[in-house]
Design a protein around this ligand. Structure first.
Ligand code: FE2
Length: 222
């Protein structure tokens, strides 16, 4: 190798080492179009209310569901107008954080009951005819809420470590008083209830009301 070529190769090598060091320290991952899930802890009195009220709720076995468990009537919260207003306010605040000021309605609402070890292999499901869904936890030791990403990549390279960028499943371990709101299209499931207590939560669906969209995509939800 002549001298000039040797110097050039050496310079390229030095440059590559330098670039590698810079990259390891400075790589920033930009996240476009994330799936945004809102979480907020509600005042203790809300949990106290539902814990007391749960014994008055009638539950029905939901056998046709992919995620079989016991559910209350599908408009349970209509019997509790003050609670309905409270949750609509919380949802409205979450939507404002996401950049929406849309009027909303609660279309369905139900309490869930999952018995200990009742459903070891729940299948993910999503909520149709709904914009956002909310779930509120008012007990200790609720099993995980697990979200599944079905937007699988065409090139399935096995990652060396699990991150939010490559995971197929992401879980939330719900805390008592925690309210979670997620886009209704997101597939999710309740992981097996391994505690000794029946797992309860309050769930509901939200739709926009009034004008949405524009031009030939405009629609008025009433
Ligand atoms: Fe669900």
């Amino acid at each position: 190798m002549d001298r000039v070529l040797e110097d050039q190769c050496h310079s390229i090598f030095i440059y590559q080492v330098r670039i590698k060091k810079i990259m390891q320290n400075d790589i920033e991952i930009l996240q476009f179009f994330p799936k945004s899930i809102c979480s907020i802890m509600l005042p203790e009195m809300v949990s106290d209310f539902w814990q007391k009220e749960i014994s008055n709720i009638k539950f029905y076995k939901d056998v046709g569901d992919d995620n079989p468990h016991w559910k209350s009537a599908i408009n349970t919260i209509e019997d509790y107008p003050e609670m309905k207003e409270l949750f609509l306010t919380v949802v409205g605040d979450c939507l404002k954080q996401l950049g929406y000021d849309q009027k909303i309605i609660m279309t369905t609402s139900w309490l869930t009951a999952v018995e200990p070890n009742a459903n070891p292999n729940p299948k993910p499901h999503h909520h149709t005819n709904s914009w956002y869904s909310g779930v509120y936890y008012f007990q200790n030791e609720c099993s995980d809420l697990v979200f599944t990403n079905y937007n699988r990549r065409e090139i399935e390279v096995t990652p060396t470590r699990s991150t939010i960028h490559n995971s197929i499943e992401c879980s939330i371990s719900p805390q008592k008083h925690q309210f979670i709101m997620f886009p209704s299209y997101m597939f999710h499931k309740i992981s097996e209830n391994t505690s000794n207590e029946t797992r309860h939560s309050l769930a509901f669906n939200i739709m926009p009301t009034g004008i949405v969209g524009e031009g030939d995509s405009m629609f008025v939800y009433r």
